[in-house]
Design a protein around this ligand. Structure first.
Ligand SMILES: NC(=O)c1ccc[n+]([C@@H]2O[C@H](COP(=O)([O-])OP(=O)(O)OC[C@H]3O[C@@H](n4cnc5c(N)ncnc54)[C@H](OP(=O)(O)O)[C@@H]3O)[C@@H](O)[C@H]2O)c1
Length: 298
């Protein structure tokens, strides 16, 4: 019998893809959701659903019963990882979890100011074999956080200047996660997950214009304009701070590195921006609020 894998954030962008990829390869998955309403977002029928909330250690107990491995993600709204995530890592270690695969951020080793840096340190100290998936910027940011600007204003409103970004599709992250969770040899490793090409946002706008058959611009906003617009959309200052810091480092080239790990782990090239825009095209047909499941998240 296959070992049971607990996926946290199973209703989120990446968690959904991890669940799909594990189930597609015949593995046993338990999907962690914060509320039962979130269970509808879990992309499989008759899923083993558990209520799991980092902030409520009582939910750890039932969630971890019988579990051997953990896919761990840090919800974007959690900045205080010592308070909200360390207890879950400590609990996982105490119940003998055999591997934790953590969704981190590319270049985290040079960014001690972001929460993922601390989570990696907690994992290294936990005694549990870990695997870090250090992902680049998600293509799906353009169909979530930045969707409204594209759908309603035909504009990509991202404060990245003229820098390049080696975007990754979250479907590829899901596939990589499924592999490293179910195969030996990935313990104590860190993988940089990027696409195979680093694009400027001007180039991204060209791809959008080409695929959507309408003009999409890149207006290159300042960090201040971006922060103000995100505040008006209801984001917390903590969340805006993390996003702004990441886009600031992007302006200085921090997101441009193309790493080979994704292709090696998938045995195929990573998905392209062109493919992503084609597959998600309905997301940017304004007005389209109804289909914007996660239009307010990063
Ligand atoms: N965006 C990028 O370009 C990028 C790149 C690299 C790494 N990352 C990292 O990837 C992570 C985001 O992944 P994502 O896009 O899949 O996130 P997401 O779509 O925003 O999903 C977040 C998930 O966490 C759940 N959640 C919220 N609060 C929780 C709590 N207290 N306890 C347990 N679960 C909770 C959410 O449930 P509800 O649906 O109920 O809220 C949801 O399932 C972040 O750590 C981010 O920094 C992002």
């Amino acid at each position: 019998m296959d070992e049971l894998i607990l996926v946290t954030g199973a209703s989120g962008n990446v968690g959904c893809e991890v669940v799909k990829a594990l189930v597609a390869s015949g593995k046993r998955v338990r999907a962690g959701v914060v509320t039962m309403a979130d269970a509808q977002q879990v992309p499989i029928d008759n899923a083993d659903i558990t209520l799991f909330d980092f902030g409520d250690p009582q939910t750890y107990v039932a969630s971890f019963v019988g579990v051997k491995k953990l896919f761990l993600m840090r919800p974007p709204m959690i900045s205080d990882v010592k308070r909200y995530m360390k207890p879950a890592i400590t609990y996982a270690a105490a119940v003998g979890i055999e591997q934790i695969v953590f969704l981190s951020i590319v270049g985290v080793e040079n960014k001690p100011f972001i929460p993922h840096y601390k989570v990696e340190k907690y994992l290294e100290a936990s005694g549990v074999p870990y695997t870090f998936l250090r992902a680049g910027f998600f293509m799906q940011n353009l169909s979530t956080t930045h969707r409204v600007d594209i759908a309603h204003h035909n504009d990509i409103f991202v404060p990245a200047g003229s820098a390049r970004t080696a975007f990754i599709d979250v479907r590829d992250i899901g596939a990589v996660a499924a592999r490293v969770l179910t195969e030996r040899g990935h313990e104590y490793k860190a993988y940089a997950l990027t696409g195979s090409k680093a694009l400027t946002y001007d180039e991204v706008a060209e791809i959008f214009s080409d695929v959507l058959r309408r003009q999409i611009t890149y207006s290159r906003p300042s960090l201040l304009r971006f922060a103000w617009r995100m505040k008006q959309r209801g984001y917390s200052w903590g969340h805006i701070g993390v996003m702004s810091a990441l886009y600031l480092t992007t302006q200085f080239g921090a997101a441009e590195r193309v790493a080979a790990d994704t292709a090696v782990l998938l045995n195929r090239p990573p998905m392209t921006m062109h493919q992503y825009v084609q597959d998600y095209a309905p997301m940017w047909q304004a007005p389209n609020e109804a289909s914007s499941k996660r239009s307010t998240r990063v």
